[in-house]
Design a protein around this ligand. Structure first.
Ligand code: PLP
Length: 360
C-alpha cells in the first residue's frame, strides 16, 4: 500500500482517497473502451454520459432547477474575473464588489482594467481584511454584486450572505463550494476553480441563472460569451475531459455520504477541533480573524515568532502533515480543511500542533 500523507495544501489540494482509487481503476480502460477517459473524444457517447452526469449531479447537490445552467470551462477562476464584467457590465450600470482581500481585489482589478464602472460596496482593507464587512452600499440598479464567499488566503468566510433583492448576486466560491448547506438559488452566478473542493486544477465550474443570459453584452468573442457555453453544453471546444471526469467522481462521493448536510457536519466538526485548540491556547497562538468571520476551510494563525512558525512547518512535514505554511503575503500557519480532508486528519494535526506548543 502506497503511503499517503495528511495533505493540508491550500490548492491544488487533497482529493478523496476513494476518488483516486476509482480513477486508478478506470485509467487503462474506461467502461470497457480499452482507452482511458483522456484518450476518447469529447463527443463520444461514453464521455457525453460523464459530462451530463457531472452537470446533473451539480444541480442535484445544490438543489437547483433547470433555470440554472452548469458550465465547465478552462482558464481558472481568474479568467472569470475578466469575463464577468465583459459579459454583464456595459452602459451606465456599475458592477459592485465587496473587497475582502487578495482574490476579490484581483476581481476588482480586472473589471477596472476594462475601464468598466466599478463600485466598491464595502471593504475590510482598513483592518487587514480580517473580517467580512456587513454594511454594504451599492446602487439599487447595479449590474451585479460580486462577493468572494471564502477568502482562502486571509482565512475569512461569509456566514451570512447579503440579501441583494433585484441586484444579481455573483460569487467566487473557489474555496468553499459544496462545503456546507446554503440556498444556492439566491445567486445569479457562482463560479469556482475546481482545485480546492471539487477536483483537480484545469476546470472551472460556472452555475449561471438563465435570466442572466438576456443581459450579456453583444459583440463579444465567441469563447468569452457565456451563451456559447450554454448553447453548446460546454462542448463548443474540447472540454477539459479528465478534470470534469474527476469532478464527477467527487460529486458522486458527496452524494454517497448524504449530500451537503453530511459534508457540512464533518466540516463543522473539523473546524471546531482546530479553532477550539487555538482558543484554549490563545496565550501562545494568535488568530487574526474576527470570530464571526472565521473560515471553516482555511484556518490561519500565528505563533509567537517566525522562527517557531518555520520550525512547526518543518517538523509537521517530517511527521506527515503537509502544506501548513501560510500564504507568503500573510505568513504564519494555514490549516486548509477542504471537503476531502478527514476529521481524523483534522484531529491528528491539532494534536501535533498542541504537542509542538508543549515542547516549544
Ligand atoms: C484559488 C482561488 C482563485 C484562483 O483560482 P484559479 O483557478 O487559479 O484562477 C480564485 N478565487 C479564490 C477564492 C481562490 O481560492
Amino acid at each position: 500500500m502506497t503511503k499517503r500523507v495528511f495533505n493540508f495544501n491550500p490548492g491544488p489540494s487533497t482529493l478523496p482517497l476513494n476518488v483516486l482509487k476509482k480513477l486508478q481503476k478506470d485509467l487503462l480502460s474506461f467502461e470497457n473502451t480499452g482507452m482511458s477517459i483522456m484518450e476518447i473524444s469529447h463527443r463520444s457517447p461514453e464521455y457525453d454520459k460523464v459530462h451530463n452526469e457531472a452537470i446533473n449531479l451539480t444541480k442535484e447537490i445544490m438543489g437547483l432547477d433547470d433555470t440554472y445552467k452548469v458550465l465547465f470551462v478552462g482558464g481558472g477562476a481568474s479568467t472569470q474575473f475578466a469575463y464577468i464584467p465583459m459579459n454583464f457590465l456595459s452602459g451606465p450600470k456599475v458592477g459592485a464588489y465587496v473587497d475582502t482581500g487578495t482574490w476579490s481585489t484581483k476581481a476588482i482589478k480586472e473589471a477596472s482594467i476594462l475601464g468598466e464602472n466599478v463600485h466598491i460596496a464595502a471593504s475590510s482593507k482598513d483592518d487587514g481584511f480580517t473580517y467580512i464587512p456587513t454594511d454594504l452600499n451599492y446602487p439599487r440598479d447595479a449590474a451585479y454584486l460580486h462577493i468572494t464567499t471564502n477568502n482562502t488566503i486571509k482565512g475569512t468566510q461569509f456566514h451570512r450572505l447579503p440579501a441583494t433583492g433585484d441586484v444579481p448576486l455573483i460569487a467566487d466560491m473557489s474555496s468553499d463550494i459544496l462545503s456546507h448547506q446554503i440556498d444556492f438559488s439566491q445567486f445569479s452566478m457562482i463560479y469556482a476553480g475546481a482545485q480546492k473542493n471539487l477536483g483537480p486544477a484545469g476546470v472551472t465550474m460556472i452555475v449561471l441563472k438563465e435570466n442572466m443570459l438576456d443581459k450579456i453584452t453583444e459583440g463579444l468573442p465567441t469563447m468569452i460569451d457565456y451563451r456559447t457555453h450554454v448553447t453548446k453544453n460546454s462542448l463548443f471546444n474540447t472540454a477539459p475531459t479528465l478534470p470534469i471526469y474527476i469532478v464527477k467522481l467527487v460529486l458522486e462521493w458527496i452524494k454517497e455520504q448524504g449530500g451537503l448536510a453530511a459534508v457540512e457536519a464533518t466540516n463543522r466538526a473539523k473546524k471546531d477541533v482546530v479553532y477550539s485548540m487555538l482558543d484554549a491556547n490563545s496565550d501562545y497562538f494568535t488568530t487574526p480573524v474576527k470570530k464571526d468571520s472565521r473560515s471553516w476551510m482555511n484556518v490561519v494563525f500565528r505563533l509567537p515568532s517566525e522562527e517557531l512558525e518555520q520550525k512547526l512547518v518543518a517538523e509537521a512535514k517530517s511527521a506527515g502533515f503537509i502544506g501548513l505554511k501560510g500564504h507568503r503575503s500573510v505568513g504564519g500557519i494555514r490549516v486548509s480543511l477542504y471537503n476531502a480532508m478527514t476529521l481524523e486528519g483534522a484531529k491528528k494535526v491539532t494534536d501535533f500542533i498542541m504537542n509542538f506548543r508543549k515542547n516549544n
